[in-house]
Ligand binder design. Sequence first.
Ligand SMILES: [Zn+2]
Length: 297
Amino acid sequence: MIREARGKTTGLAERARRLRRRAEVLAAILVLFSMPLLWSLSQQVRPTPINALAQPVTRAGSLPQAPGPAQTAATQTDVARTDAAARTSRGESVEVAHEGPPTKGCDDPRVLVDRTHALPADYAPANLVSLRRLGVPVLGRDALLRREAAENLEHLVASAAAVGEELTVASAYRSYADQRASHARLVSVYGRRADKVSASPGHSQHQLGTAVDFTNAAVGYEVRRGFGYTGASRWLAAHAHEYGFVLAYPLDGEAKTGYGWEPWHYRYVGADVARRIRESKLGLQGFLLREGVLPRC
Ligand SMILES: [Zn+2]
């Protein structure tokens, strides 16, 4: 009886050992087959926090360079976007569909675009919508902004109007080609001094589709510093952040931003980020240097 029981125990132990070995082999095969998948997942491009990098780098990983012939060559998409801009200036409503893979790094509201960080020439934001169609007063036939920014701007302008402050949009989305043309125009008039007031192509926040320049009757519908002394400007300073907009180039901010005071230029970053910028007291540039993402797209 005892021997029989011992034999049974040995048999069971042997079967358990065999099962365990089979399980180990199976696990090893699974690991082997999942390696390529894990590797490809680890290669996915993610926006890089600015503070992770000591040197400003472009998406190619090199130091920023002035736009050369390769960047200025018009591509098919450039032509399509220029056409869209032309249709907009004729008063037609257009939505520019985004082509190609998602561009998270540049669509992120915290993307850093400044004197040393440029957007690629072929970057255009998705979901550009007509401000005129939303009832936002604009100079000229129309202006475009990303949908979320446009809808918040609509509320902002209506709230200002409710307390008697007029806000009209002088300029909103500008494509790389638009910026190149307007910058070249200014350079032809002011020479190198144009760089003080106008970003070179790729370096303009207007290419993001989230920046607006305001004006109103008090300054003759011009874009000038006198706007900074109007009631509308004071209202913006107190309330723009509630709608997700922040002043990008404040008074005495030139050493940080590279641009003089532009009381008319606001950028949409969303109410949450706008609140955090306000609380941090760093200003948009300082905050984005700390918590922004690089324009990799
Ligand atoms: Zn501007």
